[in-house]
Design a protein around this ligand. Structure first.
Ligand code: PMP
Length: 349
């Protein structure tokens, strides 16, 4: 019989339920496809690509463009197939057997799964049980021996951010590489970027999947010291980021101002959704700085989830995560989708 590594044998496959819905509010994607001007620019570059040739293994051009925007060099930027691949490379470089990573649960589950997959010891710190924020529990890690710390801000799924001052305090109290996952930073307006020049043990993760409407492409990047980026370049697959991804992310990033309009619509809708949700007595709503909102139902969340699905609406059931019993997470959709969701939720809670 074939015999996987024990870490793999112990893993449960991370698959989301395979269900069909007409309104998808479950994956924190943008409800808007790429703006037409960007699609047109992609189309016009499409037939100039030499598909027969391998891509630039170092993605130099796109790394340079991203770096320049932040006042950094390409040696401070790593790109990969979504934040997920960047996280895997972080574990390949800094985790593994005999190494450890700290996570603040509940948070983005990929940190734990990828950590276990790579044989990294996971140290789980629970967030504050009442408001689910991380800010008051971070100090528990000070002085703890660890190789990696993942801190998500805004946190998925709770929506809270960690003040930059608190992140700086953490950086001063650990030897670990601190990864601040800012996948949703375009919706929070808060970032640890100003700390990058001061701390070589800080890395900031970003993605094209949310505010940039490119979840289907798979593209993300990490900003960090040249030493950290150098380590990641050693472990990544040789041609990890394909030609189309390099081209499309370049077009999207150079046109980043075009995305502002829809980000603003999503932010307005988040506020409207929140103000409507807090009027519903049967749920507790958690404030959010991202493009989703977490809420706790009095009724069994699985039943609420099923009743929403039977009305064609898919949200995320987070109830299996620590501290999140009966919690559902809804992504901010278009105004029409949000109205349909709100009407349905009022009926089923
Ligand atoms: N970080 C967080 C907090 C996320 O929620 C996600 C996606 N859900 C990612 C990273 C990774 O996104 P992607 O792989 O699509 O870039």
């Amino acid at each position: 019989m074939v015999n996987p590594r024990p870490q793999v044998a112990a893993l449960k496959p991370y698959h989301l339920p395979d269900v069909k819905a007409s309104i998808i509010l479950s994956a924190n994607e943008s409800p808007y496809n790429l703006p037409q001007t960007i699609i047109d620019e992609i189309k016009s570059g499409f037939d100039k690509i030499a598909y027969n040739r391998y891509p630039d293994p170092l993605s130099l051009e796109v790394r340079e463009i991203i770096g320049k925007h932040y006042g950094l060099g390409l040696e401070n930027v790593f790109v990969g197939n979504g934040g997920d691949e960047v996280i895997l490379n972080l574990y390949l470089a800094y985790g593994g057997h005999g190494r450890s990573a700290i996570i603040f649960e509940p948070m983005f589950e990929v940190y734990r799964i990828t950590g276990q997959m790579t044989g990294t010891e996971m140290i789980s710190i629970l967030r504050s049980p009442d408001d689910l924020t991380a800010v008051n529990v971070i100090s528990q890690t000070y002085g703890m021996p660890a190789d990696l710390i993942f801190l998500c801000s805004p946190n998925n799924p709770t929506g809270d951010t960690v003040p930059v001052g608190k992140i700086e305090e953490l950086l001063n109290n650990t030897q670990a590489l601190v990864v601040i996952d800012e996948a949703y930073a375009e919706f929070s307006g808060q970032t640890a970027l100003p700390l990058l020049s001061k701390y070589s043990n800080l890395a900031i993760l970003r993605t094209f999947s949310k505010a940039f409407s490119l979840a289907g492409l798979r593209a993300g990047y990490l900003l960090a010291s040249k030493e950290v980026i150098g380590d990641l370049l050693k472990v990544k697959l040789f041609f990890n980021f394909n030609k189309l991804s390099q081209f499309i992310t370049k077009v999207a990033f150079l046109n980043r101002n075009i995305f502002e309009e829809k980000i603003k619509v999503i932010l307005d809708e988040r506020e409207r959704l929140y103000s409507e949700l807090i009027k519903i007595n049967q749920i507790r709503v958690y404030p959010s700085s991202a493009n989703y909102i977490l809420f706790r139902t009095k009724r069994d969340a699985l039943l609420v989830w099923q009743d929403l699905l039977s009305r064609g609406i898919l949200v995320r059931n987070c109830s299996n995560q620590p501290l999140l019993e009966n919690c559902l997470r809804v992504t901010v959709g278009t105004p029409e989708e949000n109205d349909i969701f709100l009407d349905a939720l009022r009926e089923v809670v």
